[in-house]
Design a protein. Structure first.
Length: 168
């Protein structure tokens, strides 16, 4: 083996990669759903544990949460539909270590079919079933701008999955 040759020219800086992106497996919530009212709006709520979701990420990163039911989906939250015969939304909010998923049935605060005279014309709130599966994607600060530069549609699960090399 001969002597090492001269150092070559420095190449261009590569694009920021997706190595810091964190994503969960598909999972169901291990917790019971519960009913709550916040500022007069009624919700059905479940939560997910997300141990790598930190205050730093909440302040400087991006979190995307998807859900699916069996082979239907995935859908990015917030998601609005007429499932169950009433317009409702599935959405979430974040706290360090937790993702709270909630469903709101529009124009209703009727949690059960009992005592319908107290809720004339209101549909029963749509359930947040245990069978829904969730996946979250955490993009630490600095990564989202690179994705936007590349034209990645983060609302499109399949495009985000391919860009960030998320396994099925």
């Amino acid at each position: 083996m001969g002597p090492q040759g001269p150092t070559g020219a420095t190449g261009p800086t590569g694009a920021t990669g997706a190595t810091n992106v964190i994503y969960s497996a598909w999972m169901t919530s291990p917790y019971e759903s519960r009913d709550t009212t916040v500022d007069g709006t009624c919700y059905r709520v479940r939560h997910l544990d997300a141990p790598l979701l930190t205050a730093t990420i909440l302040n400087a990163g991006t979190i995307i949460t998807y859900f699916r039911i069996g082979s239907i989906g995935p859908y990015q939250m917030p998601y609005i539909s007429d499932a169950g015969g009433a317009t409702n939304s599935v959405n979430c909010f974040y706290k360090p270590g937790k993702i709270f998923v909630y469903r709101h049935t529009f124009n209703s605060c009727r949690f059960t079919s009992a005592v319908p005279e107290d809720f004339p014309g209101q549909p029963v709130m749509i359930n947040l079933p245990q069978s829904l599966e969730y996946r979250y994607v955490i993009i630490p600060g600095g990564i989202a701008a690179a994705a936007a530069r590349q034209g990645v549609d983060l609302k499109n699960y399949e495009a985000a999955r391919q860009y960030f090399k998320i396994l099925n």
